[in-house]
Design a protein around this ligand. Sequence first.
Ligand SMILES: Nc1nc2c(ncn2[C@@H]2O[C@H](COP(=O)(O)OP(=O)(O)O)[C@@H](O)[C@H]2O)c(=O)[nH]1
Ligand SMILES: [Mg+2]
Length: 311
Amino acid sequence: MFNFFKKDSKNIISDSFTALKDALSKTSKALIENVVDVASGSEEIDEFTLEDIESTLIKADLGVDLSVEIVDKIKTKNLKSSQLKNFLKEEFKNILANAGPNELIYKENSLNIYFIAGVNGAGKTTLIGKLAKRFNDSGKKVLLAAADTFRAAAEEQLEIWARRANVDIVRRDKADSASVVYEAIERAKKENYDIVIIDTAGRLQNKFNLIEELKKIKNVIDKNAPQALSECMLVLDANLGQNGLSQAKVFKEALNLTSVAITKLDGSAKGGIIIAIAKDFALPAKLVGIGEKPQDLKNFNKDEFIEAIFD
Ligand SMILES: Nc1nc2c(ncn2[C@@H]2O[C@H](COP(=O)(O)OP(=O)(O)O)[C@@H](O)[C@H]2O)c(=O)[nH]1
Ligand SMILES: [Mg+2]
């Protein structure tokens, strides 16, 4: 495995902790500060306070199941108010650790396919553009597959990113998405590409068709490049909160997801979704978006995340 995004790499434009901390400031308030606040009245945590903690956690988009579980633990362990913050920190750390490694998988000397899924507007195409640029900057040969063939504008947008990142693209106006992917894989094998990144459609209004289309693409990969799928990643808009969890359920049932990327963390109070996804679906976050500039795509690091929301 190879980490493109190491701090000391000269290709990193910015991996500053300050930017992450800024982006997560509202999440930190919603998830930690507010919980500690509701319990700050007295050292003993009574039933009413437990209820307040539970509703605060749910409001912070931690999901109902996890919020209830955490409150049960606080009760069983008979925790005091002053112990809350450390308890939450340990809980969140464990949940993130149990979801698996956060490093993007990249296999040297072989083809790596990144399948990027998610609903419209989640930030897929933007993420792909940023990712393509990073890979290209580190000397990798990158091919984009414009498999969001439903909207012509979607292909156009990917093409603009491809030009900006100086990478190649397979684009067939409104063709069948699976055939675009097939063509990209064949070309990648023939011309020795290191990476194929697949942009997909996300019309959730027509869930059945969407899922069938994504499965078809997945079959093309499984059939034509079975060893090459490095990540099957779901892109989620942080601001969706609870809805993000139900989206994750739909996509996880259809695809064998390996990871998630959480976009638009900047200014969002709903970053707790990273923890909820890790807990409910055992899916590690690998990338986070904290803005629209190329340097605003960061590799997710659980220790940094914990530090950013707790300190
Ligand atoms: N603030 C912010 N905006 C983002 C981020 N990622 C994407 N966007 C914006 O979200 C909108 C939808 O992104 P797009 O990549 O087209 O989503 P797609 O439909 O999933 O491909 C665009 O206006 C992006 O500029 C992010 O991390 N932060
Ligand atoms: Mg798109």
